[in-house]
Write a protein that binds this ligand. Structure first.
Ligand SMILES: *Cc1c(COP(=O)(O)O)cnc(C)c1O
Length: 497
């Protein structure tokens, strides 16, 4: 029986996987969810013998069951190739008594590459399947890393265009340079005067703007989303949690069936949700430790059952987690309501009208697998310094938030279950903050000097992904106010107004 994708907000919409990937977001504002979660296809002892691509095929074929074997394996081969600088794709570093699952070996040295290197192939394959002639326009809001990873994934992919909006003053200089130097005639990048939530709200509004959608289709375009709400991003992320478990099993660090905790530095709740799905498939998952930075809206939610975005917004040294609306949480809310689309819709309407909602005690009880924690800016910096001093291993600030939260969690609970930390970015993406945390004098030095210094200190070469940025020509200079995003899209695509 094949898997059907429904919206979290209604049962009326039923799509196949390829249709859900093409649409990205449901027209009713909901997110697509599978009508059931398939079980692991083989025993862990069998799965541990597979390499990353083989495992990816085993897992993705369960969810994307309307792709043929050839179609799916073609997508996987094109995604997980030599763009990754480690043949394991997602290697594990054992450092002290934790395991860092390094998800930053792809083209843009952040974990978004894990899904965004395959999404363009899934999308264009799906479009071919459905004989769609329209050009696919990827419209994306980014807090920094998604944008570049999506640009890199879609650049010059025939039949696609990509437009990325990012908060002009809310990303690191290296992140910004990565985006505005992006090559590819089908790429556009726009800085907005606002924060990530403004960008995401603006993008979501365009997906529902009937007039705009009509204009697009008249011109032979159709929107899709590369944001982490697309099921074509979520499913590829399940793979590396299973791969991590299998790696530990294979290396004799754990025994089959033994539980493993995962600690995930969280923003939009996509990465940790994939870990949750892996658990639902039958992976022995202990706790899912959801780590936030000072924008601790998720921590408060797990503490109190109230999700409240009405609060001060902080720009932190882990900008990809500077988020007050964690879109993918809606999929977990869908689960804890007992898959009741009316209840989900009501809560999400409250979120958009008053900025908050509270789940019932019965719903809260179903969140027991999750533990919410957060780290302040000082704790994050302290973690980078301490781990480097103790082990010579260098953490990026996002990973350091997770590492710090795990440290507090262990102290508080005494839970010493083997734990994997999702290591979401290379320290070279956030060199200045990393070097500052390690006590280096960073005044008057640019990111590129600091990269060389970090390389000397850590003995890890500067990755190619950032080395060439210094002299790369700037190709994108658009900046707009948050209420002018639609006009920018019209201008980029040459729509008449
Ligand atoms: C996107 C991102 C995160 C947050 O992941 P979500 O899936 O949005 O929760 C954490 N760290 C880095 C480096 C990221 O790029």
């Amino acid at each position: 029986m094949s898997i059907i994708y429904h919206s979290t907000r209604s049962k009326e919409i039923s799509l196949s996987a390829s249709e859900a990937i093409l649409q990205g977001l449901s027209p009713d504002g909901g997110l697509f969810v599978p009508d059931r979660i398939p079980a692991l296809p083989k025993s862990l002892d069998e799965l541990k013998e597979l390499d990353y691509r083989e495992l990816a095929f085993e897992i993705m074929s369960l969810f994307f069951d309307d792709f043929t074997k050839e179609e799916l394996s073609g997508c996987i081969e094109r995604a997980y190739d030599s763009k990754f600088d480690d043949p394991k794709i997602a290697p594990i570093a054992k450092v002290g008594d934790v395991y860092y699952l390094e998800l930053f070996h792809g083209a843009t040295i952040a974990f978004k590459d894990m899904a965004l290197s395959i999404l363009p192939h899934l999308m264009t394959t799906a479009a071919k399947k459905h004989k769609i002639k329209d050009e696919i326009v990827i419209l994306t809001a980014t807090s920094g890393d998604t944008g570049k990873a999506a640009l890199a994934g879609f650049s010059d992919v025939p039949g696609t265009r990509i437009i990325v909006f990012y908060p002009k003053d809310g990303v690191s200089r290296v992140q910004e340079l990565q985006m505005i130097t992006q090559k590819g005639d089908n790429t556009a990048v726009v800085g907005i005067r606002g924060n990530f939530d403004d960008a995401q709200t603006g993008v979501k509004a365009m997906f529902h703007d009937e007039e705009l959608l009509k204009e697009l289709s008249d011109k032979g375009f159709r929107f899709s989303s590369a944001n982490s709400i697309n099921i074509g991003r979520l499913v590829p992320q399940i793979v590396y949690y299973i791969y991590a478990y299998c790696t530990l099993l294979k290396e004799g660090e754990i025994s089959a069936g033994e539980k493993v905790n995962f600690t995930v530095p969280t923003g939009n709740f996509g990465n940790i949700l994939a870990a949750y799905y892996a658990g639902r498939m039958g992976l022995p998952v202990g706790k899912l430790i959801c780590a936030s930075n000072e924008n601790k809206v998720l921590y408060d939610f797990f503490q109190t059952g109230t999700y409240d975005r009405n609060r001060e917004f902080f720009l932190t040294s882990s900008p990809s987690m500077d988020i007050l609306i964690s879109s993918n949480l809606e999929r977990l809310i869908h689960v804890i309501t007992g898959e009741d689309p009316d209840a989900v819709r009501k809560l999400m309407e409250e979120l958009s009208s008053k900025g908050s909602y509270t789940v019932t005690p019965a719903m809260r009880e179903k969140l027991g697998l999750f533990y919410g924690g957060y780290a302040s800016e000082e704790e994050c910096a302290e973690e980078i310094r301490r781990v480097f001093e103790d082990t010579s291993y260098v953490l990026d600030p996002h990973t350091a938030v997770a590492s710090s939260v795990l440290r507090s969690y262990r102290k508080e609970t005494g839970d010493n279950t083997p734990t994997v930390i999702a290591s979401t970015a290379s320290p070279y993406k956030f060199t200045k903050n990393v070097m500052k945390a390690m006590g280096e004098d960073c005044e008057d030095k640019d990111d590129f000097e600091l990269m060389e210094e970090l390389s000397r200190k850590s003995l890890i070469p500067v990755p190619d992904a950032v080395r060439g940025l210094k002299d790369a020509p700037i190709r994108h200079t658009r900046v707009c106010d948050r209420d002018a995003m639609r006009a920018e899209v019209g201008d980029i695509l040459g729509l008449s107004r």
